[in-house]
Write a protein that binds this ligand. Structure first.
Ligand SMILES: [Zn+2]
Ligand SMILES: [Zn+2]
Length: 338
């Protein structure tokens, strides 16, 4: 089978790999759809370190074609989405219910072979059966939606809050929908690419073009005091600073975007103190996958609109190039069902 991984020099390569063997508590999946995440793009472009010789891809769904002897509740032929994160269950953090902060966290597509391959073996408790009517392509969106859901829940958007989302990429557009699901009265979204702003408008966002609009003064003008909650979904220091400058006194800022590990914030501690700002981060998706999948299944979250391109695995380099151009939303690697 084919698998996409980094070589020793950090270059993305497609290699012929052996089809994996199934352990007693594992299932073998024929991968059908696998998303290219912004984090993958950072790794492929060298902004974040990635382990070599591991098949990448951590947002995927497929069909079970083999099951281990200890597997319960799943059968051959089931369509499943995958939670790529595997906590140890035994460390300081796991024992306090913060499994995503696990000291020994292993992730499929990061530390273990993942979904940019024809087949992938996963622990069976990481599989989420797709509800009726949910396609593998939508299933591949479970993981990013679950990450966004964790973020929105962590920052605690209240009914009636005004929310600013900075960045209208795939995750920005998911966060936008989730902000409304959580009761936001008005969601603003700042994004330079017109096509992305148009999709945001179709989800009832009030949009800004940060290349033309003065976002801070527009937010002040439209809200009077600043937004209650700002979510940074770009992954840059200057957009985090923008988020901090757009919240009201007592407002909350969520750093959701994955930034270059070398980025440094230039913010005034006095402002944080005097404005009594809460600054928070959100990492991956503890206990949010099944609810994210329910939101997709019940058409509360529209992920179809967010999938902008599809490529076969052999064209993954073209797909990555498209992703790095900044004009795409979610790009999926897809396989024909068999
Ligand atoms: Zn991801
Ligand atoms: Zn742990």
């Amino acid at each position: 089978m084919l698998g996409a991984m980094l070589d020793e020099t950090g270059k993305l390569v497609l290699r012929e790999c052996p089809k994996p063997l199934v352990g007693p508590s594992e299932v073998l999946i024929k991968v059908l759809a696998s998303g290219i995440c912004g984090t993958d793009l950072h790794i492929f472009s060298g902004k974040i370190y990635g382990k070599p010789n591991i098949i990448r891809g951590h947002e995927f769904a497929g069909k079970i074609i083999e099951i281990g002897s200890n597997v319960k509740g799943l059968k051959i032929g089931d369509l499943v989405a995958v939670d790529p994160n595997i906590p140890c269950g035994n460390c300081y953090f796991c024992r306090r219910g913060e499994i995503h902060l696990c000291e020994n966290l292993k992730a499929l597509g990061v530390d273990l072979d993942g979904g940019f391959a024809d087949y992938c073996v996963i622990p069976y408790d990481r599989a989420y059966k797709l509800p009726n009517g949910v396609s593998p392509e939508e299933g591949a969106m479970m993981e990013p939606c679950a990450c966004a859901l964790h973020g929105v829940e962590k920052i605690q958007i209240k009914a009636g809050d005004t929310v600013l989302i900075i960045g209208g990429g795939a995750l920005g557009l998911i966060l936008l929908q989730l902000a409304y699901i959580h009761g936001a009265s008005k969601v603003f979204l700042s994004e330079p690419v017109k096509e992305k702003r148009e999709i945001a408008k179709s989800f009832s966002a009030y949009t800004f073009d940060p290349l033309k609009d003065d976002v801070i003064s527009e937010i002040k003008r439209l809200t009077g005091v600043g937004v209650d909650v700002a979510i940074e979904a770009v992954g840059k220091a200057d957009t985090v600073e923008l988020a901090i400058n757009c919240v009201r006194r007592g407002g909350k800022v969520l750093i959701f975007g994955v930034s270059d590990q070398r980025e440094i914030l230039n913010i005034s501690p006095f402002d944080i103190y005097y404005k009594e700002i809460t600054l928070m981060g959100s990492f991956v998706n503890p206990y949010t996958n099944s609810r994210a999948l329910e939101l997709i299944a019940n058409k509360r979250l529209n992920v179809k609109k967010i999938i902008s391109h599809k490529f076969p695995l052999r064209e993954i380099h073209k797909a990555v190039e498209m992703g790095l151009s900044g004009n795409a939303l979610r790009i999926l690697i897809v396989w024909e069902d068999f």
